[in-house]
Write a protein that binds this ligand. Structure first.
Ligand code: V47
Length: 369
């Protein structure tokens, strides 16, 4: 493989990878531009195995999208709706509690809950939803509200982000998912999501969360109008932030799904680009412990392949995911934990059911040796 990496013109990057030396912005760009996906993937696999061995994580989780009513109406999003739109919905606190109640017989350890930027739900609603979930399922970990929502909630509360997070934690918030990051570049935000929180503020909120003891994830929505340089700027900003706080758990590249969006004339990402984003992220984000292949966005089969291209996490059982489904995902929206175990085992890895903070719940032995 080393020879093939050299023939691909990546010998100097290989040396850095083997030495554990940090890659530069230009290294990242060269990896994105290189068409030898096996060479790029093999290097990402070296880092993956150095950091996580064969371990491949998944979680038994439940997604709840409490409302799709949104004032931002980003062009890449098929989920967000105006308040009076036909497909607009909003769950009451009791609706959310019922969703949790319905699945009490399943070994769910995490509730992943996000929604739109709602024009008039009061701050108390969000606190009541958190408290309601914990009332029904006291031991569950609530990973909720993207940094964009947290910024909105601080506005509603009339308090600083740090103080708002304290109140949310008190009500039951345990960690923050990685959504809303999109692509940080102001050019992309101006064209695709001009009303959304700017990229630098997203990062500031994530760092504030880390300082308050909350772990968060980070995403990048790729495969629309962004340049490779803008992808690299995004990754660079995340790596810098992680150097400061160490609070990010996982990076999740999100493949753009155009259907039913204002950008529906664009094509979906290719398998090679999906793998490339995982591999470059694994190589460049040397301070992120985990790279997640979100099967809902890239399909379970490619997510399985990505376990040899840098990814060490397949997210989870999910169920009732609406954001990608509305934008045309055909991956289905739930997967059994036994299927995840099979996908991971067949990739020659060790399946580990984890909690949100990567605490081990159950290790499933490999069957191939
Ligand atoms: O914030 C919106 C993105 C995100 C589209 O933290 C789209 O572990 C593709 O953030 N095509 C929500 N993507 C999903 C998300 C997530 C998912 C799984 C795990 C985690 C985690 C986070 O999806 C949104 C937005 O960035 N999105 N529209 C679309 N058409």
């Amino acid at each position: 493989m080393q020879n093939s990496i050299k023939r691909a013109g990546l010998g100097d990057i290989y040396d850095k990878v083997v030495e554990g030396e940090r890659l530069s912005f230009d290294d990242g760009l060269r990896l994105y531009r290189n068409s030898n996906i096996l060479a790029v993937g093999a290097m990402a696999n070296i880092v993956r195995e150095k950091m996580n061995g064969d371990n491949t994580y998944f979680i038994y989780n439940q997604h709840i999208n409490y409302s799709n009513i949104c004032t931002n109406l980003c062009k890449f999003c098929a989920f967000g709706k105006e308040k009076d739109a036909e497909l607009a919905y909003e769950m009451t606190v009791d609706d959310v509690k019922r969703k949790v109640q319905e699945r009490l017989d399943e070994p769910i350890t995490e509730i992943h809950m996000v929604g739109g930027i709602h024009p008039d739900l009061p701050f108390s609603y969000y606190l009541d939803v958190l408290r309601g979930i914990k009332e029904v399922r006291p031991d569950v970990h609530i990973q909720a509200f993207t940094c964009v929502e947290i910024g909105h909630l601080a506005g509603l509360a009339g308090k600083s982000v740090a103080d708002t997070l304290e109140i949310l934690k008190e009500a039951g918030l345990d960690s923050i998912p990685g959504g809303g990051a999109e692509v940080f570049a102001p050019r992309i935000r101006e064209i695709t999501c001009k009303d959304k929180l700017p990229g630098n503020e997203w990062i500031e909120i994530a760092k504030t969360a880390h300082r308050s003891g909350l772990k968060t994830n980070a995403t990048m929505l790729y495969g629309h109008i962004e340049t490779l340089e803008e992808r690299m700027e995004h990754l660079h900003a995340l790596r810098d932030a992680q150097d400061e706080t160490g609070g990010f758990l996982a990076f999740i590249p999100l493949a753009f799904h155009p259907k039913n969006t204002e950008m529906s004339t664009l094509s979906r990402s290719t398998g090679i680009d999906d793998l490339k984003n995982i591999a470059v992220a694994r190589l460049f984000l040397d301070n992120f412990p985990h790279i997640k292949a979100y099967w809902v966005m890239i399909g379970p089969k490619l997510a399985q392949v990505s376990l040899s291209f840098g990814a060490d996490d397949m997210d989870g059982t999910v169920k009732e995911e609406i954001i990608t489904r509305m934008a045309g995902s055909e991956s289905g929206h739930t997967i059994g934990s036994s299927t995840l175990v099979r996908l991971i085992r067949e990739a020659g890895r060790t399946p580990i059911e984890r909690g949100t903070l990567y605490n081990i719940i159950e290790t499933h032995p490999r069957t191939d040796n």
